[in-house]
Design a protein around this ligand. Structure first.
Ligand code: ADP
Length: 517
């Protein structure tokens, strides 16, 4: 069936409308539908320029969709296990997560004194005070902070705009009071929201800011905007399996940050740690977890970005990156796709740029060792590659610790399936261990794709052949059916594993020669 541009527009309009109304579940269905339509549409295009433009559109839509999923997931963490005290002595008793914002609003909308649920602050703020350290969920310092900020949807525009409303002390909060002059108390629910806000929100107290002047100011701005990740918020427990990798990273990166005095002299931390393994096995997640668990400032760099995006300024960028990391120490610098610094692919000039960036990187990594003796100033370099054999000797020598991140085991695959399927209903005929056995050889990312596909099979069947207006009229319950064994079977047939036996042999061989554990 041919897809028309109008159908795509209608669908995305609906997806956005649903998001603006806070009906995130339906919005997600429409986003999925739009992405599928775009896939089919792009497939029919032959002209490269046009195809490219539409691919860009699709990427934007995928970003929006991810954003909506994020909001929806955050909402699911707000558990209304409380007896919410409504004014006039009324109570709402719930012990389930809030599904979407309208659900919470429907509880509180009955009374004008109760404020609508705030949107998590992450979506409304940019950190203007420079990078913040990655913090664990329960940072008590933050919840003590005097000034609280709540964000609220301020515009019905398609682009979500959030209006920050500053509130000083809780006592001073000006809120609409009820006709009887009673105070509104959302009790534990409000506290939970404040805690979530506190995690995503920059510290209120003035933070030190990396200063520099002239031309470099622009580069520092780019680094702060693109490279510094404020709160990766991935914990060890979010990562399935990989117990050995977690242990090694803990020893190589986390402990030296916690006990800098012990890791001195012969026990000095490794100059750099390299994670090697097939794509989609969780290397980036591990790096983020390291930053979260250590509470370090996290610099997330991809080497291809360094060599291509800032042409001509790349070495300066690397120098500033390390200067900033030292300034905001303790820091973790994560360099993804580090092999691309050594690769000989592309034009001569591209190769030249990579070579210069690599030389600067080597100099900076050597510098780290001297600086890491200063207490509290530890900077760790963590790198990842899917192509370790492309890394030359000079760089390999600096990446002293080399850890293999393997494909998931049976146990890991089961855990991955459970993590991925947390939010969907499962039919009783779904047997997780049996599916995990079928997925032998699949990477974590492959398994995520299978789950995503399986969870949408019933919706696809339902909307197949329907017009957008008919799709719109489908009740939510008809789309949100439990995922069945058949859905998984179809999804597995559609999604092949991405790593071949030959690739695995290559990793084995390289690790035997250069690996350490
Ligand atoms: P890599 O950096 O090795 O290419 P990523 O860390 O980017 O892989 O993982 C890609 C995606 O695969 C993640 O976003 C996650 O959904 C999934 N994934 C892979 N491995 C794991 C794992 N061990 N635990 C949980 N999710 C995983």
């Amino acid at each position: 069936m041919e897809v028309t541009i109008k159908e795509i527009c209608d669908n995305i309009k609906l997806a956005r409308e649903m998001s603006m109304l806070g009906n995130y579940e339906s919005a997600q269905v429409y986003y999925e539908g739009t992405i599928q339509m775009l896939n089919r549409f792009i497939f029919t295009l032959n002209e490269p320029l046009r195809k490219n433009k539409w691919q860009q559109v699709q990427r934007k839509i995928v970003d929006e969709y991810d954003h909506v999923k994020e909001i929806s997931n955050t909402l699911l963490t707000f558990t209304l296990d409380t007896n919410i005290d409504l004014p006039f002595g009324r109570k709402v008793t719930r012990d389930e997560p809030v599904k979407d914002i309208s659900e919470y609003n429907s509880i509180v909308d009955t009374d004008p004194d109760v404020w609508p649920a705030p949107i998590p602050a992450e979506h409304g703020f940019s950190n203007r005070n420079g990078p913040t350290k990655a913090k664990s969920q329960n940072s008590s310092r933050r919840s003590d902070s005097k000034t609280k900020t709540i964000s609220r949807v301020a515009s019905s525009n398609q682009t979500r705009k959030l209006e920050p409303i500053r509130r000083n002390n809780r006592k001073d909060v000006e809120r609409p009071s009820s006709s009887k002059g009673e105070k509104v108390d959302l009790g534990k629910f409000e506290k939970e929201i404040r805690e979530v806000e506190a995690v995503d929100k920059p510290e209120q107290e003035e933070e030190k800011k990396f200063e520099c002047h002239g031309m470099e100011r622009d580069l520092v701005d780019v680094l702060e905007r693109d490279i510094v990740q404020k709160n990766p918020n991935i914990k060890w427990d979010d990562i399935a399996d990989l117990a050995e990798a977690k242990r090694l990273l803990e020893e190589a990166v986390v402990l030296p940050m916690w006990m800098p005095d012990y890791f001195k002299g012969i026990r000095r931390p490794w100059k750099g740690v390299l994670m090697v393994g097939p794509p989609g096995t969780g290397k980036t997640m591990l790096a983020k977890a390291v930053a979260t668990e250590c509470g370090t400032t996290f610099f997330n760099v991809s080497s291809s970005t360094l060599t291509s995006k800032y042409r001509g300024e790349s070495e300066k960028m690397v120098r500033l990156l390390f200067e900033m990391a030292r300034f905001y120490a303790p820091s973790t610098i994560f360099i993804d796709e580090i092999d691309s610094l050594c690769s000989r692919r592309g034009s001569e000039s591209e190769h030249e740029a990579s070579r210069r960036v690599k030389s600067e990187l080597l100099v900076q990594m050597d510098g780290i060792t001297a600086n890491n003796d200063e207490p509290g100033k530890v900077v760790m370099v963590l790198a990842a590659t899917n192509f370790p054999w492309d890394i030359d000797e000079a760089l390999r020598r600096r990446l002293e610790k080399r850890i293999y991140i393997p494909l998931p085991t049976q146990e890991g695959r089961e855990a991955l399936l459970k993590i991925n399927l947390r939010e969907v209903k499962l039919d009783p005929d779904v047997n997780i261990p049996a599916i995990a056995r079928h997925l032998d050889g699949y990477s974590g990312a492959d398994i995520t794709n299978v789950c995503r596909d399986a969870s949408m099979m019933s919706m696809r069947r339902k909307i197949y052949g329907l017009r957008p207006d008919q799709i719109r009229q489908l009740p939510k319950e008809e789309l949100d059916l439990p995922v069945t064994r058949r859905d998984f079977e179809e999804a597995i047939v559609k999604n092949n594993k991405s790593v071949s036996r030959e690739d695995l042999d290559k990793y084995d061989k390289w690790m035997n020669e250069f690996g350490s554990s």
